[in-house]
Ligand binder design. Structure first.
Ligand SMILES: NC(=O)c1ccc[n+]([C@@H]2O[C@H](COP(=O)([O-])OP(=O)(O)OC[C@H]3O[C@@H](n4cnc5c(N)ncnc54)[C@H](O)[C@@H]3O)[C@@H](O)[C@H]2O)c1
Length: 313
């Protein structure tokens, strides 16, 4: 842990956000004000981080429903498709102020707008990406970010052979110009896709440029000052989680599920399989118990699919 760079930050070296509680503003929810949609003037409320994560999941499901042309969704349907219980969903959505109509459901587009507003997505984000190798190139070329309000604004690399080449409509710039360029591009998010040993240096540059949100794919923990949020994506950890759940699902079910740690907690649901039609209903039934008729953990209700993350034991 480096104590020299950000001595007043008062935070540890680890920012593995999928596994550990995040620090800084995001730890308190990071959503300052909710006033969009149907209920202007909803008082400022702190939203717990776990709720923020689930709001992102609801948003994703709502996007799918909107694409299908669904206008109204019940809390049960939305909860099931998101892989959470409907009571939790209602509690989460209550942070946004009054929502939905009892016995009718939620207006899909309106709820989408409310969540986007709460997550600050309606303002849009400009992203700079550093390290345009295998992963960085794939990220830079992904069109899905744009649809969700994230504009890839600048690409940076240290390799002279890459600098000056194009990915999509962006030309890769040298990382030495990152501070000035990120400021000029009004970047709000920095993505690090460099090798581990370069990640902290790149992160420092991003911080100096005024970027307050960093997403890192490098495995190393990053030191940042208190006003900067870091989320680290570690795909091998996600695979370890899958491995855990695969072992869990393979284990004999004897009622007590002896020998299996009962440590799973919901952090961010996926549950996409349940988003439409009959599978939604099947999933809904399964989610009531957490187990399917055959006694296996429900693919929707099990923590494995509700999660996307496990809070470590
Ligand atoms: N490729 C994957 O599937 C994958 C999966 C998970 C995590 N990761 C992680 O993502 C990171 C990138 O992986 P990769 O496979 O794309 O590596 P890569 O070697 O293909 O690309 C890394 C890029 O970073 C650039 N770079 C190195 N030092 C730099 C610096 N100081 N400033 C700016 N750019 C710099 C390199 O020139 C290169 O273009 C690694 O930390 C890796 O562990 C990769």
């Amino acid at each position: 842990m480096r104590t020299d760079v950000y001595p007043s930050a008062g935070r540890g070296a680890t920012n593995v956000t999928e596994l550990h509680p995040p620090q800084g503003d995001a730890a308190r929810g990071g959503v300052a004000e909710v006033d969009g949609g149907a209920s202007p003037g909803v008082p400022v409320r702190d939203i717990p981080q776990a709720t923020v994560t689930r709001l992102a999941t609801y948003l994703r499901v709502l996007g799918m429903l909107a694409d299908e042309g669904t206008l109204i969704v019940s809390s049960e349907e939305l909860a099931t498709a998101s892989g959470v219980g409907s009571a939790k969903l209602r509690k989460d959505l209550s942070f946004l102020g009054p929502n939905g109509v009892r016995g009718v459901g939620y207006d899909v587009l309106r709820l989408q707008a409310r969540i986007e507003n709460a997550l600050g997505l309606d303002r849009g984000h400009r992203v700079v990406l550093v390290g345009v190798g295998n992963l960085g190139r794939a990220l830079a070329g992904y069109s899905g970010f744009d649809r969700r309000g994230f504009t890839m604004a600048g690409l940076f690399d240290a390799d002279p052979a890459r600098v000056g080449t194009r990915v999509g409509n962006l030309t890769i710039r040298h990382v030495d110009g990152l501070e000035a360029a990120a400021r000029e591009l009004a970047a709000t998010i920095g993505v690090i896709a460099t090798p581990d040993d370069a990640a902290q240096g790149v992160c420092d540059r991003l911080v100096r440029s005024g970027v307050r949100s960093v997403l890192s794919f490098a495995a190393t923990p990053l030191e940042v000052p208190g006003h900067v949020e870091v989320r680290r994506v570690d795909l091998s950890v996600e695979m370890q989680v899958l491995s855990f759940h695969s072992a869990r699902n393979d284990a004999p079910v004897d009622g007590s599920r002896a020998g299996l740690p009962d440590i799973c907690q919901v952090a961010s649901g996926e549950g996409r399989r349940a988003a439409t039609g009959a599978s939604r209903l099947t999933a809904q039934k399964a989610s009531a118990t957490g187990f399917t008729a055959s006694g296996k953990p429900s693919p929707v209700a099990s923590a494995a699919t509700r999660n996307g993350s496990v809070i470590a034991p």
